[in-house]
Ligand binder design. Structure first.
Ligand code: 6GP
Length: 817
């Protein structure tokens, strides 16, 4: 069925060292009028990027032409966040030319690693959701699937974090300052997006009612495309990010630069502070901006194919990554009806067949709602269509379901528009991101919808791009794997299972230990360079890296650290295996409590790290500016992976998968994908503790939790909590009180005190286990061997089959395999 018009080649042997150096030399000359030998790192990086782009551009073109020629169904992944990190090395790896390039640069005494470090992280996202979108982009291309990303090209990515006196300080992330070598601006594909104005219906010349809009603000959306290079398969898909401009036709409207600025700033920053009205307005406008631009370009493409409308859902799938792009639904309706005179009924049928939605959180505050007045004012046509969808929903459900249920599930409730309700009603699929999460959606969070549309609900457990998180970031471990089980795991992560055959092989265990040690030493060096803290590289490296949020319970980790601290203080001779606790986390700029926790961790670190009696038994390192590149340094060096969110609160987690893949052993609650990790490795190879999700819900039901009671009856908890307010920890008067209040006065919303003993007990077991090196290594091996199941390749294949109904372009050849 797939008769590809072009033969696509990819993989190793694409280019020789000689050819590469020739191209690079030519680019340096053309771009900077100098020789390679005279180029600065920045100039060389840019020239190399240009050279690499030159290598995959043909495949990019061919991939696109093939999709067109085959008229294949494609998926468009709409996400308000993408977190690709750096692209140089991953492009080289996927093109199969990492070694050629490394060797070519070496001829000029240039280290590829130094050059790679020049690239700025593309940090157009906050955390899990954005990083997942980027793992999916890599996996979609690597699986040969026809899929494109659609998002926003923010001028400033997620803020850069610094610590000043232990406090988080946010600095702008000027990632575009030196230009972005990977993107291609496509003026010819720009579209206009309309905001505000007055919208009403009027008979047209053909007698039909048409929509008339006056006094709108028109902005231009210009796409910047980045190639998403598949792994050794010659496929290059597209991530399209939109940037705002003022169209030349509108120039005359603005009298001053300030007036223009307001509009030009639309795509300036990621997640503008939504705690004030102006911020919220910008955020809503951002959502509509990239949605409208993306849908317009999809429809333009579909029109090229010359098919009747009913074929749309056979050619196009649109994925709504969390609710931020949920306006895809009314926007597709608008274009079909207003611009092409498709009837409401047909437009609705097509829209719901095309759209699918993923929920990424059960935290109520993250379920988006927009005030009707805001929607009415800034997006009047969207408001009209949403109102009509809501009206028809109520009518269609009346008589089938009881009135209360309909009220609870309708889109417009009181003064709010519920975006998740819109996403579920207007699509054919709603999925959660881990088994437990999907079950909770059905049973609790979206239970009402589950009773109405049971067939729409499904689970797609998250996965990660093993290429970035193992092949690229952990070369020592990758080499041990190659030597032990061959190289097939590089294409087929499930083959990591072969490692199970070596769980009792002392030589393999020793090699794994060595590879880990090498990464720990590298991280120790980095820690010293960036923070001045000297850590013992043979200590246990215990890692918690994720956004700072109360439900993720970094504070529980800290309570345990304080317990250890007091124990050593009281008994300095006690034999305690040295441990380094490593944190990486950003707090949302407006999330005061999370920022207080950062401050307190930093102050405890300061206290403990300088305490002579502690020595190197205990060190605490909070590495600033956690991002993809830092994760690539920390994860390979981790011995222990902290996944300690309150059960039921973490939708899935993905750092848990990355850490496991790199041989860290998990200490975890039965939350999110931890449950599936436990199932994969078995109870003996993971440290599970704490309340189960059912027990948490039972507390909610019975309202019988008393944090104060724990405090009053548990002397250790008592001692540790007092330390926050009795001066034992300097410089935290305000924050210490705030934390104690959250636990005692406000009854410890996330049950830290309830889980404290269980956590300490699990930590003690883990500490004991580490001291039996062979046992620990075996456990680590079993974690690596079973991590293949959390591959993003596998996950996107499930999306492709069950939700998007798309197929790989052709059975691609793995050249150089
Ligand atoms: C995150 C979830 O918190 C995390 O558990 C999950 O692994 C990740 O999404 C990917 O599915 N959610 C977000 O980042 C978010 O912004 C609205 O949710």
């Amino acid at each position: 069925m797939f008769q590809s018009v072009f033969v696509i080649k990819g993989g190793k042997g694409m280019i020789t060292k000689k050819q590469l150096i020739k191209e690079l030399r030519k680019n340096v000359q053309e771009m900077y009028a100098i020789e390679i030998e005279d180029a600065t790192e920045q100039e060389l990086f840019f020239s190399l990027g240009t050279t690499i782009k030159g290598i995959y551009n043909k495949n990019w073109q061919k991939t696109w032409n093939n999709y067109l020629a085959e008229e294949q169904k494609q998926v468009y992944y709409f996400s308000i966040e993408f977190l690709p990190g750096k692209l140089l090395k991953s492009n080289l790896l996927n093109l199969g030319i990492l070694e050629v390039v490394r060797e070519s640069l070496a001829e000029f005494s240039v280290d590829l690693e130094d050059l790679a470090a020049v690239e700025k992280d593309m940090a157009l996202g906050n955390g899990g959701l954005g990083r997942l979108a980027s793992c999916f982009m890599d996996a979609i291309a690597s699986s040969g699937l026809p899929g494109n990303g659609n998002g926003i090209r923010y001028d400033y990515g997620l803020f850069k974090q610094q610590f000043v006196d232990g406090y988080q300080v946010e600095l702008p992330d000027e990632w575009l300052r030196n230009g972005n070598v990977w993107e291609i601006r496509r003026d010819s594909k720009a579209v206009n997006v309309h905001f505000g104005g007055d919208v009403y219906m009027q008979p047209k010349s053909n007698g039909k009612l048409g929509v008339v809009a006056e006094n709108e603000t028109i902005l231009r959306a210009v796409p910047y495309d980045t190639g998403m290079v598949g792994f050794e398969n010659g496929i290059v898909n597209t991530m399209r990010l939109w940037s705002v401009e003022i169209p030349s036709s509108e120039e005359g409207k603005y009298r001053s630069i300030e007036e223009r600025r307001v509009f030009e700033d639309l795509t300036a920053v990621l997640y503008p502070d939504d705690s004030n009205a102006r911020g919220r307005l910008i955020r809503l406008a951002q959502e509509y901006f990239f949605v409208s631009a993306g849908i317009q370009s999809i429809i333009r493409y579909f029109k090229k194919l010359n098919h009747p409308w009913h074929v749309l859902s056979e050619k196009v799938a649109i994925h709504i990554n969390d609710t931020h792009p949920a306006l895809c639904i009314p926007e597709l309706m608008r274009i079909l009806m207003d611009e092409y005179e498709v009837s409401w009924e047909q437009a609705w049928d097509l829209t719901s067949k095309v759209m699918s939605y993923t929920n990424h959180t059960i935290m109520a505050e993250a379920l988006e709602k927009w005030p009707t007045y805001l929607m009415k004012r800034s997006l009047p046509r969207m408001y009209q269509i949403i109102k009509e969808i809501d009206r028809r929903y109520v009518v269609s459900m009346s008589g089938i379901h009881d009135a209360a249920l309909i009220e609870r599930t309708r889109i417009i409730q009181g003064e709010d528009i519920h975006m998740a309700n819109l996403a579920i009603i207007g699509s054919h699929s709603t999925n959660g991101v881990a088994k437990l999460h999907s079950d909770l959606l059905k049973a609790v969070v979206l239970h009402d919808f589950y009773t109405i549309y049971p067939e729409r609900f499904n689970n797609k457990t998250n996965g990660i791009a093993q290429r970035r998180w193992l092949q690229l970031s952990n070369e020592p471990l990758s080499r041990v794997l190659d030597e032990t089980i061959g190289k097939s795991w590089r294409h087929e992560p499930a083959d990591l299972k072969l490692l199970m055959n070596y769980q009792n092989d002392p030589i393999v265990l020793e090699k794994l230990a060595k590879a880990k040690q090498q990464k720990k030493e590298e991280l120790a060096k980095y820690i010293q360079e960036t923070t001045g803290i000297i850590v013992n590289p043979t200590a246990i490296f215990d890692v918690q890296i994720k956004r700072l949020h109360a439900y993720k319970r970094q504070l529980l980790n800290l309570l345990h650290i304080l317990k250890l601290y007091f124990e050593i203080k009281e008994n300095p001779q006690a034999s305690i295996y040295p441990r380094v606790f490593i944190f990486g986390a950003k707090a949302a700029p407006s999330y005061a409590y999370a920022k207080s926790i950062i401050k307190v961790i930093n102050e405890v670190a300061n206290l403990v790290n300088h305490d002579q009696t502690i020595g190197d038994k205990l060190k605490i390192v909070f590495l600033p500016n956690y991002n993809v590149s830092l994760a690539e340094k920390i994860i390979p060096a981790a011995d222990v992976s902290e996944q300690i969110s309150l059960a039921s609160k973490e939708a899935s987690g993905t750092s848990n998968m990355k850490l496991m893949l790199n041989g860290a052993i998990t200490i975890a609650t039965l939350d999110g994908a931890n449950v599936e990790i436990r199932d994969a490795v078995g109870d003996e190879n993971i440290y599970i503790f704490g309340l189960t999700e059912a027990e948490v819900y039972a507390y909610y039901e019975n309202k019988n939790y008393s944090a104060r009671e724990v405090y009053e009856t548990n002397p250790i908890v008592h001692r540790v909590l007092n330390a926050f307010v009795d001066g034992s920890i300097p410089n935290i008067e305000r924050e210490g009180q705030e934390i104690v209040d959250s636990l005692l006065l406000y009854n410890d919303e996330y049950f830290l005190l309830r889980d404290f003993d269980a956590y300490c007990e699990a930590q003690a077991r883990l500490n004991q286990a580490y001291q039996d090196a062979t046992h620990w290594q075996k456990c680590s091996l079993i974690n690596i061997a079973n991590a293949g199941t959390f591959s993003a390749d596998k996950t996107v294949k499930q999306y492709a089959e069950d939700i998007w109904q798309i197929e790989p372009l052709f059975a691609h050849t793995h050249q150089g395999r």
